[in-house]
Design a binder for this molecule. Structure first.
Ligand SMILES: Cc1cc2nc3c(=O)[nH]c(=O)nc-3n(C[C@H](O)[C@H](O)[C@H](O)COP(=O)(O)OP(=O)(O)OC[C@H]3O[C@@H](n4cnc5c(N)ncnc54)[C@H](O)[C@@H]3O)c2cc1C
Length: 409
């Protein structure tokens, strides 16, 4: 298929991975300076998104369905194992490379972007960070090459308070038997591999939470697919586990370590959502601004009236600020520096900017911006989720406030 040509080009991800260490980020001048390899990756993903994804965006949104050829193309591009080692079939690239890919995909379709984001920054990262060698050898090649992953933490009664989860796991011989229901699970309609958080000992509270890896064919039931305001091509389902039997060897990181895994991974994952929202804001901006410089009213392009031009200038500043917050959080994470507060700031701000810019972009384009034909209104619908998943905006503010209180008391 058409996408194969990207893989064989010199900008394939593997090349980026091998040469990344040659230009250490601390030698770079500014936050939006990239290694040559990262820049090539950006161009490659942008081209892929324009040529392969863009033609399908509207249809996928209208049908609330992810085209399976897009999922396959992401695997073929090496975009589903960006940080995974070459030994495990991945591109062995940097965290910032994953962030760049998520951003570029979101410029064209935030639904495809979040699919890639959850798969890379949550599912792959849990296995790379906490999996045993045997678990990594077994699961990472599948996740890099063909099997989509889901991250199953939230439930009907436990969203922001994630560790109040009710899914239970009981030991039975060499297996664990899971019972419960997960809600809001991204990718789950198309996924084969599921990271499931369940409590093995509720008497220990959150210290009983344990992370299991399971496959769909073990008996995971898709109970309901949500119909959503935005990111409609990204599947979000309720899952039932009815005596779901999982071998003991499928515990990741040890019994009772699930809460630690979830906290650490979501801190990192938030930078991915910031990148998704950043790409979304830029995508909306790039669709609307050129139109305003072509559309003439009162004898001049509407974008040259100060009332509109200043709004666009302000939006450009906000996008730039979101960009620098996002790249800063990513670089800090990559360099092994503390990044939790910075990740929360990036996610909070980028999701606000995405909403503001995509909302304004509709108005800049006037009536046509309000129609589904231009695709501008879709960015605005898609932007709303940024303030909700992987920790709502209030939860990000809570994290930032905790750091401030520690710093100033
Ligand atoms: C499209 C979509 C995809 C998702 N994908 C996944 C996924 O793949 N895996 C997964 O596990 N989960 C997923 N989620 C779940 C998501 O992470 C939760 O929806 C989110 O954490 C919020 O939980 P909630 O919906 O229960 O809202 P609630 O926690 O009920 O929050 C409702 C409101 O109360 C506020 N609030 C809550 N607690 C506080 C507080 N302490 N202080 C101030 N305000 C507070 C919130 O900010 C929010 O405004 C997804 C959700 C959606 C909608």
């Amino acid at each position: 298929m058409a996408s194969k040509c990207y893989r064989s080009s010199p900008v394939a991800l593997g090349l980026a991975a091998r040469s990344f260490s040659q230009t250490h980020v601390s030698q770079l001048n500014s936050l939006d300076t990239f290694t040559e390899e990262e820049q090539m990756l950006r161009e490659s993903v942008a081209r892929f998104a324009q040529e392969v994804i863009a033609p399908k965006v509207r249809e996928m949104d209208e049908n609330e369905h992810m085209d399976p050829t897009i999922i396959q193309a992401l695997f073929e591009q090496g975009l589903m194992g960006i940080e995974t080692s070459a030994d495990h079939g991945g591109a062995e690239s940097s965290f910032t490379s994953a962030i760049i890919a998520i951003e570029e995909l979101a410029k064209v379709d935030p639904s495809v972007s979040v699919m890639c984001d959850v798969h890379n920054t949550l599912v792959n990262t849990v296995l790379r960070t906490y999996g045993t060698k045997e678990q990594q050898d077994k699961w990472l090649p599948l996740l890099a090459e063909s099997k989509l992953g889901s991250f199953c933490l939230s439930e009907a009664a436990s969203g922001s308070d994630a560790f109040a989860l009710q899914t239970r796991a009981k030991k039975d011989g060499d297996d664990w038997v899971l019972n419960g229901t997960k809600m809001w699970i991204t990718n789950s309609y198309e996924a084969d591999i599921f990271l499931i958080f369940a409590n093995v000992d509720p008497s220990k509270g959150y210290k009983g939470i344990t992370c299991f890896i399971a496959t769909k064919d073990m008996g995971i039931q898709i109970a309901k697919k949500e119909q959503k305001l935005g990111i409609r091509a990204s599947s979000t389902c309720t899952l039932n586990f009815d005596d779901l039997r999982i071998p003991a060897e499928n515990i990741i990181g040890g019994e009772g370590k699930g809460y630690k895994i979830a906290i650490e991974i979501l801190n990192e994952g938030r930078i991915g959502i910031a990148a998704q929202m950043l790409g979304l804001a830029q995508g909306a901006f790039e669709k609307a601004v050129p139109y305003t410089l072509q559309r003439t009213q009162f004898g001049q392009p509407v974008g040259t009236f100060q009332g509109l031009a200043f709004q666009q200038a302000r939006a450009a500043v906000e996008i730039e600020a979101a960009r620098l917050l996002t790249y800063n959080a990513a670089r800090r994470k990559e360099e092994g520096m503390p990044f939790t507060k910075e990740a929360a700031m990036a996610k909070l701000y980028a999701s606000e900017v995405a909403q503001r810019v995509s909302g304004a972009a509709i108005e800049w384009a006037g009536g046509v911006g309000f129609t589904r034909e231009t695709g501008i209104e879709k960015y605005w619908r898609d932007s709303k989720i940024g303030a909700i998943y992987e920790g709502t905006s209030n939860i990000q503010l809570q994290t930032i406030a905790k750091y401030l209180q520690k710093q100033y008391s």
